[in-house]
Design a protein around this ligand. Structure first.
Ligand SMILES: [Zn+2]
Length: 125
């Protein structure tokens, strides 16, 4: 029991589901869900509904707390390389390329380089 986490959705207990209905007559209540793990809100909410409830209530405070973006970030040509592929003329073979979104330059890429998540030619931050 002690390892169970409570859903952080502020209204979790208000949703009428059988698994939330606990206790015996005449003391039955709908209760916040408890689980050993959750999939939503970084492991803190039982459902997308509870995740959305949390964000609608606390999201603005959270953004202000952890640092609101106040200036546009820039992706320069040094970091605008993205892996992609085209098809050759018979549409059977992938032609892997690095394509720079700023300069529109393309460079050939091997399939191994394409699949290697550590391989990059981006040089900056
Ligand atoms: Zn919940």
């Amino acid at each position: 029991m002690s390892n169970l986490k409570l859903c952080q959705g502020p209204d979790c207990h208000t949703y009428h589901t059988q698994d939330r209905l606990k206790g015996t007559k005449p003391n039955k209540t709908f209760q916040t869900r408890r689980r050993s793990s959750f999939y939503y809100l970084g492991g803190n909410a039982c459902s997308t509904r509870c995740q959305d409830d949390w964000f609608n209530k606390f999201g603005n405070q959270a953004v202000n707390h952890f640092g609101r973006t106040t200036q546009a970030k820039h992706l320069t040509e040094d970091n605008a390389w993205q892996k992609t592929y085209d098809w050759d003329n018979d549409y059977n073979t992938r032609l892997y390329v690095y394509r720079n979104g700023v300069t529109k330059e393309q460079r050939p890429l091997t399939e191994d380089q394409y699949n290697d998540t550590n391989y990059t030619i981006n040089t900056g931050e």
